[in-house]
Ligand binder design. Structure first.
Ligand SMILES: NC(=O)c1ccc[n+]([C@@H]2O[C@H](COP(=O)([O-])OP(=O)(O)OC[C@H]3O[C@@H](n4cnc5c(N)ncnc54)[C@H](OP(=O)(O)O)[C@@H]3O)[C@@H](O)[C@H]2O)c1
Length: 241
């Protein structure tokens, strides 16, 4: 569904990834000015209405400075999409503290840092929306992906909590949980030896644009009465488990 994001400024982290890039391109195509962040400048999308902004979300000062810079430069910030992750997969007994800490620092704490940096600006404006990319593993854990699955579950709880806290201030916070989506990350997960891809009633895998559509909807005014929830984009895989 086309939405109208003209005049809105939306910040996407993990924008160099398959799903972040698809979201950035869709939102820019629907009129938003998109700030696209990730660590590697060369991996970030750029173009009309897409402004690359290199950032490491494991640095609290860098995240706070980036949020301030965006508001100072563009005069507003309307939305945040966190699509950051590290592809760390493997048997539970083979993953050490360092592997777990990397995933937690990047995806869970990264999202916490971003929300903490952005929310004061949204609260001051009395409006705004955040969409957190979680994952179906947060509900049905994938055996080769327990760090990511655990973080995804934590993010779903965070989204519910933030939705309750900030709804009265006019801010909506929701999660999107992709199932298998055609992407390098899915290839890496399959290469880690997960066996057959998850079964889905709808023919899969899904496409990055399927996730971008869900992100755009939750950011849009059409989702004005939706907060604290989780939208599964998993081809219906949840109903088979
Ligand atoms: N693809 C799927 O099938 C699928 C399924 C379930 C859930 N998801 C979730 O959906 C989201 C997006 O997935 P994806 O497939 O697009 O992942 P992806 O291609 O691996 O992209 C993740 C992006 O995060 C960035 N990143 C990693 N560490 C960072 C850091 N410290 N600071 C800033 N950026 C960092 C990476 O760019 P740099 O290396 O340049 O920083 C990368 O471009 C993730 O949360 C993922 O867990 C995806």
């Amino acid at each position: 569904m086309p939405h109208d994001f003209h005049g809105r400024v939306i910040w996407i982290t993990g924008a160099g990834g398959a799903l972040g890039r698809a979201s950035a391109e869709l939102l820019a195509g629907q009129g938003a000015t998109v700030i696209a962040s990730g660590r590697r400048l060369e991996a970030l999308p750029a173009g009309e209405r897409i402004v690359p902004l290199p950032l490491d979300v494991t640095s609290t000062p860098a995240v706070e400075a980036a949020a301030g810079d965006i508001v100072a430069r563009f005069g507003r910030l309307d939305g945040l999409v966190t699509s950051t992750t590290l592809p760390i997969f493997g048997d539970f007994l083979s993953l050490d503290d360092e592997a777990w800490q990397k995933v937690i620092d990047t995806k869970l704490l990264g999202t916490v840092r971003l929300a903490r940096a952005v929310l004061p600006h949204l609260v001051a404006a009395g409006r705004g929306a955040i969409v957190v990319l979680s994952g179906r593993g947060g509900i049905e854990p994938s055996p080769q992906h327990l760090p990511g699955s655990s973080v995804n579950a934590a993010l779903l709880l965070l989204v519910r909590g933030l939705g309750a806290i900030h709804g009265p201030q006019g801010i909506r916070i929701n999660a999107v949980s992709p199932g298998p989506i055609k992407s390098p990350r899915l290839d890496a997960l399959n290469a880690a030896g997960t066996g057959a891809p998850p079964r889905t009633p709808l023919e899969g895998p899904g496409l990055p644009g399927d996730v971008a559509d869900a992100v755009a909807f939750l950011l849009s005014d059409e989702a004005r009465f939706i907060t604290g929830t989780n939208l599964l984009v998993d081809g219906g895989g949840r109903v088979l488990s």
